[in-house]
Design a protein around this ligand. Sequence first.
Ligand SMILES: Cc1cc2nc3c(=O)[nH]c(=O)nc-3n(C[C@H](O)[C@H](O)[C@H](O)COP(=O)(O)O)c2cc1C
Length: 378
Amino acid sequence: MLEPRERLAFDLALLAEGGSGLYSVVEWIAIAPHVCTEILLSAEEARVLGEQSPSRLVALDELAVTCPRDVLESLLEKQLLVAEGDEAEARDGRLRGTHWRAASAIMHSASRWHGVDTAKVARDFDAQVEGNVLDHLGPPPPVVREHVPADRRQVLPQTETSAFDQLLLRRVTCRNYDRSRRLALAEFSAVLYRTFGARAVVDMAPGVRLLKKGVPSAGGLHPTEAYLLVQRVEGVEPGLYHYHPIDHALEPIRILSSSEAVELAHRFVAAQDYFADAHVMVIPTSRFRRNFWKYRNHAKAYRALTLDVGYLSHTIYLSATELGLAAFITAAINEVDIEEAFGLDPLEEGPLAVCGFGYRAAERREVEFDPLHVVWPE
Ligand SMILES: Cc1cc2nc3c(=O)[nH]c(=O)nc-3n(C[C@H](O)[C@H](O)[C@H](O)COP(=O)(O)O)c2cc1C
């Protein structure tokens, strides 16, 4: 995708002529999932790129008859033209072979972070708006979208309070974990099993195996893997693991020292310290090829992957809450750092969120949204 992006530049000569010295520059930015970084293009490069076939290999000499050779070579260097047999062609081929919808691949690629520190981003924003965040944002849209006046609403019968209501009430996103205790192995195991564990393995057709789980999944494909960063769990060494949903077992990927585990936890959640303290992080990671095997180049497939992660994360919350544990989810994550740590190929597998759970601390250091004082007394 080519995006025209505008930025302000400064020219002393314009200042000397009595203006502000500022002028606007419009640049072409290419977002290409097989390259993984944004690429600046000249107007000429953008024009030449737009004239090329996205599917047919053409001899360079043939292209050079109508296009400037230096522009073609620059596009090859930027990997936006791919040459037969080169690394960029292989990556482009893998992307196509995974059956990504182009717009979804761009969306996914453009939303991945590397080394982002959200605390610094928040500080910079605060400085930019000089502390007047609400003045800057203005009021939010109203809390409810009302279509008719109150006297025209059909009021529904009250619901009798059930054990499920009590469970939902106790679900409060936790930003205060107990750093002094290890999580009991049985509790750790139960949350993983209830969320990700397979209840049945069904052979639907030769080579087509489906898992039945406690959560729904688009097409029944369950393409979401659970990667774990364990910090403090009884009987499990700190480290990176993959959860095997049929064997209900941990697959060790890398054993870590406690300090390495802390450092990676911070990095994964983009420096949100309060989440980095969780006893265990679960990283729901989509295996794109598994879903796109059925939903090829499909307009809804990527949306379905993100919805699948919503069910899983909420089941982590509810399973943890039922056991008296506390949980979180965040979408503000450094995907690239997570992929590197677990050795994942971003064209094949992508973390879409980071969840975590453990024991809530006795003392509240960070804010939690508990207006009914269910977990924190007044
Ligand atoms: C998709 C999603 C992303 C979230 N990302 C963050 C986050 O980056 N940082 C954070 O502190 N909380 C995050 N949360 C938690 C929300 O802030 C929290 O759900 C909300 O404040 C309501 O509180 P409750 O969950 O206790 O009801 C996220 C929640 C969801 C569902």
